[in-house]
Design a protein around this ligand. Structure first.
Ligand code: HEC
Length: 121
C-alpha cells in the first residue's frame, strides 16, 4: 500500500474509533450511584450535600458556589454544565475537573447533580 493511503486508512480508522467511543459514551446511561459517590467526595464541600450551594466551605469562598436548585442553573443545558465542570469557571473557585475526573465520571456526577436539583430537600 502507498504510504499516503496507509496514513489515510489509519486516520479513517482512528476517526471511526473515536466516533464509536463518543456514541457509546452517550448510549450508556449515567451511573447514579457512581455520580453520588463522586459528588459527595468532590463537590459537596462547596455545593452542599443536596446542592443548595451551602457546603461547609461555601462561606470561605469569594464567589458563592452555585445553587443547583436555582433557575439560572436548572435551565442550563447538560452540555453547558458539563463544559463548566470540564473547564471550570474563570476567576472563580470552581476549577476544571478534566484530569481529575474522566469524561464518564463527569457525566455521572452531572446526572446526580440534576437529580438533586429536582428534589425539594
Ligand atoms: C472549591 C469549591 C467548589 C468545589 C469543590 C466545586 N465547585 Fe462547582 N462551583 C463553585 C463555585 C464558587 C461556582 C460558581 C462560580 C461562578 O458563578 O462564578 C461553581 C459552579 C459550578 C457549576 C456551574 C453552575 C451554573 O449554573 O453556572 C457547576 C455545574 C458546578 N459548579 C459543578 C461542580 C461539580 C460537579 C463539582 C464536583 C466535581 C464541583 N462543582 C466542585 C465552587 C466549587
Amino acid at each position: 500500500m502507498h504510504k499516503t493511503s496507509r496514513t489515510l486508512a489509519f486516520t479513517a480508522a482512528a476517526i471511526l474509533l473515536i466516533r464509536t467511543l463518543a456514541v457509546a459514551d452517550q448510549d450508556v446511561p449515567a451511573d447514579l450511584p457512581s455520580g453520588k459517590a463522586l459528588y459527595q467526595h468532590h463537590c459537596a464541600t462547596c455545593h452542599g450535600q443536596t446542592g443548595w450551594g451551602d457546603g461547609p466551605n461555601a462561606t470561605l469562598l469569594r464567589v458563592a458556589p452555585a445553587n443547583f436548585h436555582q433557575f439560572r442553573s436548572f435551565l442550563k443545558s447538560d452540555e453547558e454544565l458539563l463544559r463548566m465542570i470540564e473547564h471550570g469557571i474563570v476567576f472563580s473557585p470552581m476549577h476544571a475537573w478534566t484530569g481529575n475526573l474522566t469524561e464518564r465520571q463527569m457525566i455521572d456526577v452531572l446526572a446526580y447533580l440534576r437529580l438533586l436539583s429536582q428534589q425539594e430537600q
